[in-house]
Write a protein that binds this ligand. Sequence first.
Ligand code: AGV
Ligand code: CA
Length: 311
Amino acid sequence: MSRKVYLNHDGGVDDLVSLFLLLKMKDVEVVGVGVIPADCYLEPAVSASRKIIDKFAIQDNPISVAASDSRPVNPFPKDWRMHAFTIDALPILNESGTINTEISDVPAHLDLINILNDSEEKIDLIFVGPLTDLARALEKDASIESKIGKLYWMGGTFLEKGNVEEPEHDGTAEWNAFWDPEAVKTVWESNISIELVALESTNKVPLTTDIRQEWARERSVEGLDFLGQCYAIVPPLVHFQTNSTYFLWDVLTTLTFGNNDLVSTKIVKSSVIAQGVSQGKTVLDSNGRDVNLVYDVQHDPFFEYIKLLAQ
Ligand code: AGV
Ligand code: CA
């Protein structure tokens, strides 16, 4: 029996690497992929996703890619959004010169509704960008809730410091939540069970030069070469942590779905601030809803699992 999962991502380097690793998991069927233009531009992110599916999918059932028409409340910096163009242009994805994976004929939130409604089994959701497409799907058809297994979401933090450094914000939010705070609120108001991969755990898996070196040493393995090429797009900033330091945020979220034993979790009650200078901040709140917070990760087994999947 394979586990069914739908991935919605926003085209960053670790989003596209997450797609690659998810496709390589045994006993997992990817039933659909949605792409939202948050930390990316839409066209190259959709195109790169289709090429990654063409090249790396091991399942028999075809996968289509749905483009989102969702819009930001607080847009990502352009520099970060450019990364998808580079991945889409990597020679390793362009050997054949053709793309076979199809594009869905409806926008991502409707694609998600259709796939959930057509399924007899429950489907897990992995969201590694903003929650906008899920919030819009819930607003249009709340009955889909009964078809959702768990939601694995990379977003939020209960730490004092988030990773947003923008004018008119106090820095307490995580970016995926900040991009569309109202969407987080809508999902929090649902009964979906949430596995929250927040900055608490992702801060423990920064992309170090040692990790890059290990992938480089084994670059004769095509999948590890692909990983290394993708991550070469984001600059190593090793002397001190800045707003541009790269972590394996989305990869941790995807691998948490693949193997829950890698992480430590605890249930916390939480709500979200949707307006004002702290917008996008998730807060501990005794009147809030339960979320299962992923607060720690076994560092070395996590990186071993990446290498195993990339084989
Ligand atoms: O906040 C983390 C989310 C993840 O889904 N993204 C990147 C990951 O895909 C936004 C982000 C925060 N800091 C960044 C980000 C950075 N330095 N570069 C690019 N994206
Ligand atoms: Ca992302």
